[in-house]
Design a protein around this ligand. Sequence first.
Ligand SMILES: C[S@@+](CC[C@H](N)C(=O)[O-])C[C@H]1O[C@@H](n2cnc3c(N)ncnc32)[C@H](O)[C@@H]1O
Length: 279
Amino acid sequence: MDKKAFDNFFKPYSKNVDNANKHGFWKLSDALIIQIIKDNIPTNIDENVVILDAGGGTGRWICDLSKIYKSKFVIFDRSIDMLKKARENIINANIENRVKLVEGDLKMMKSLKSESIDYIISIYSPISFIYEKEKAFSELFRVLKRGGKIIIMGHGFYNAIASKINNYCADTKELEVLDNEQIVKWGEHVPQLNVFSKEIIENDLRRAGFSLGKTYGVPVFTQPGLEDFDPENKKKSIISSALEKEDFFNKVFKLEMKYNSQPTIVNRGMNIFTVATKK
Ligand SMILES: C[S@@+](CC[C@H](N)C(=O)[O-])C[C@H]1O[C@@H](n2cnc3c(N)ncnc32)[C@H](O)[C@@H]1O
């Protein structure tokens, strides 16, 4: 995607994204992500360990993870507007001394040395925005230390088909492109996104040199309402309202975690979240 189109999309996005998790669906999705990270990155890592958030945006994950991990963090992102917000967020969280912000493209991470990172996380699908995705996968492999681990999310392929059929009654041409090219377009002003099945993302990682761990769907049962994509986060879906009830939220969370890495269930995921290591 050219830089101008990229910036035009992420400038307004950077202003609202930090409020997104005030609604139930996103609270649930975020809670699942944190749980999966805690299950795969030991919470007792020491302060010299470096966690890279690839496409880390406004740094909201690093602000949360800095309360769990003593480590250092790098937020790497292509959007100057997202990074501007990240700077504000890390100052407010008082973690400037533990976080480095790096502007750059995941396809060519020149400013990061080879084998300099212990863990990589990449959440809400930066890789879906990258059309030469194999370059990004191999750069992520390069910067990771031997024995290091990546947990990376891509936008779900089968969920995109289901949503285009059920929520949009999409025309046949659009469904054909989605099926043949694994590319989805959610709206006029939203960039085209690569979509991933469990098999596609695992293949991409394997091809870059990674050894595979678990793959999760996030979420696998809970379906967002169209209101959950309101860019201003003002509208609220039925499911988001229902998830405000604590016992319902907790039960849904448990069901999601119970089944979300079962190979026959993963591809239900709105997002596909894969763990891999560099041996
Ligand atoms: C949907 S946002 C997610 C942001 C953050 N991970 C989160 O969960 O809030 C996708 C992020 O990927 C970044 N991104 C997309 N393409 C990129 C690229 N080629 N290089 C670096 N960052 C990229 C965007 O700037 C944006 O911050």
